[in-house]
Design a protein around this ligand. Structure first.
Ligand SMILES: [Zn+2]
Length: 158
């Protein structure tokens, strides 16, 4: 079964609200084997639509593949870095205030720190991550890009 979303509804219209290049057209992400470029796009669109019906299965799907998750995180870090002229400290700090409007997962923070420092994410910091950690990183990545699409730079500082 290769279903990426429920047959009774689609989220393609959300593509119009994505202010950034979708994962399927991003450098590296577009070179993932099928169906991952499309799965990453769909995850982005259901996140923009805030659809809790489609989102969990798509997150599981992405987290099941190390490469797909890593490229998704890289894509989100690239967009974030372009938006804020670097990775904001709020996104990587471990002592973020509990009332912050957006909390990045611990796994995402570790990867974003690497990206901020070196402009890339080494496989070595990635290779021992569990599926649950990949899932939380993917969750943060698309939530972040959806938030930046909606609120631009205000997103992290509402
Ligand atoms: Zn849906």
């Amino acid at each position: 079964m290769e279903k990426t979303s429920r047959a009774d509804h689609r989220h393609d219209a959300a593509a119009q609200r994505l202010r950034f290049i979708p994962p399927s057209r991003a450098y590296l992400t577009c070179e993932l084997p099928a169906p991952f470029p499309d799965v990453l796009d769909q995850l982005t669109y259901v996140t923009l639509d805030d659809c809790q019906q489609c989102r969990p299965a798509l997150l599981d799907r992405v987290a099941g593949d190390e490469r797909a998750t890593l490229e998704l995180v890289f894509w989100a870090c690239f967009i974030t870095s372009e938006t804020y002229c670097g990775i904001p400290s709020r996104l990587v700090a471990d002592d973020e205030p509990p009332d912050a409007p957006f909390r990045a997962s611990a796994t995402f923070r570790a990867l974003a720190r690497q990206y901020g420092a070196h402009g890339r994410i080494e496989d070595t910091v990635w290779i021992h991550r569990t599926a649950a950690q990949r899932r939380e990183a993917a969750d943060t990545a698309v939530t972040l890009v959806a938030g930046l699409s909606r609120w631009s730079t205000d997103f992290l500082y509402q």
